[in-house]
Design a protein around this ligand. Sequence first.
Ligand SMILES: Cc1cc2nc3c(=O)[nH]c(=O)nc-3n(C[C@H](O)[C@H](O)[C@H](O)COP(=O)(O)O)c2cc1C
Length: 189
Amino acid sequence: MKKVVILWSSPNKDGLTASAKNQFVHGLAEKGVQVEEIHLNSKKLEHCRACGNGWGSCNKTGSCVIGDDFSEIYHSLTEADGIVWISAVYWAEMTECFKAFFDRLRRCDAAHNHFLAGKRCVLIACAGGTGGGALECLQQMERGLTHMRMRAYDRISVVRYNREYILPALITAGETYAERLETGFDMYY
Ligand SMILES: Cc1cc2nc3c(=O)[nH]c(=O)nc-3n(C[C@H](O)[C@H](O)[C@H](O)COP(=O)(O)O)c2cc1C
């Protein structure tokens, strides 16, 4: 059985981001995938301190000096077959909670461990205001993913104007991702 970790961030447990997450999880569950949902806003996650000379000890050890929930979440990601990154869009970027985790993950994984290299991910940005900024948020996610040598299988923009047709499609997206995890990804790179 394949395992997928859903990393998601929004303070609203019944908002647009949560709806998008639930739909994708629904699709994964239809295909029998084991899902672990991690709600980053509920976790204790400090910001990177950029310690030492700026590179920090993570550059040499692959672990972070801060003793909060970071390591446990990182460990879950290393064991996952697939990872889905879902964030509300704030200021055309991922949320601050998401960024706090993402920054530290990138340092440990890209600079030292490479545990996540090769994983194929789905990126979902939920912009509930004007809808502007979703693409920038997806780009921000993908840039970090690239540093960690992961790959985006899809990048999905959810806005309040497309929710009527995107939310139902997210079930199919979850099902399709689950199938690709089983049978291989139809990508040329
Ligand atoms: C600080 C802040 C910044 C935001 N920036 C944007 C933005 O750049 N573009 C946008 O469309 N919506 C923006 N929004 C609206 C959020 O994307 C909106 O709350 C969205 O629905 C988040 O999903 P939720 O329902 O899970 O909260 C912002 C909201 C906050 C609180």
